[in-house]
Structures are given as structure tokens and as C-alpha cells.
Design a protein. Structure first.
Length: 93
């Protein structure tokens, strides 16, 4: 599945698909250890698919309301630093 296709899915769908991939990876690892897995490259493909799903899941979670609240926090911190800096300069006079 390409990244664009992952981004078209909802959060619940991505989580479900990632869970399916994890169980498939577990099964493939067991099959590899018992000598039943012929295509060992499948392990790498599954790991990458899981990583892609996790990345897009975290992107979508951050892009929600968190982005707005982080920007507001930065503005407040900047305002506090400016006001405390002015107080320190005035106190030494």
C-alpha cells in the first residue's frame, strides 16, 4: 500500500490495518523459524508497511488540535519570557 493510500484511510482503519500487519509479521516470523517461510523478504516488507502505518497515524494525530495548542503554548511562553526579561532589567536599576 502506498503512502497516499494510507493517508486516505481514517484513524480507526489505519490502526486496524496496522494490527493485521503486526499479526501477519508475527506469523511470518514463526514460519521463518520453523523453515516454512519461502519468501524471507516478506519480513522486511511487513516491517516497512507497519512503520509506514505508524508514521501516518502519528502525522494525523499531531495534525489535529495538537498543532493549534502547541502554537498557543509557544506564544504564551514567548510572552512570559519577554515580560520576565523586562522585570529583570528594571530590578537592577
Amino acid at each position: 500500500m502506498k503512502s497516499k493510500e494510507w493517508r486516505d484511510l481514517g484513524l480507526d482503519e489505519i490502526e486496524a490495518k496496522a494490527g493485521q500487519l503486526r499479526s501477519e509479521l508475527f506469523t511470518a516470523r514463526i514460519r521463518k523459524e520453523t523453515g516454512q517461510l519461502e519468501n524471507t523478504a516478506k519480513l522486511r516488507t511487513l516491517r516497512r508497511e507497519i512503520a509506514r502505518a505508524e508514521t501516518i497515524l502519528s502525522e494525523q494525530q499531531v495534525s489535529g488540535s495538537d498543532r493549534k495548542s502547541r502554537a498557543a503554548s509557544r506564544r504564551r511562553a514567548k510572552t512570559i519570557r519577554k515580560s520576565s526579561k523586562g522585570q529583570r532589567q528594571g530590578a537592577g536599576q
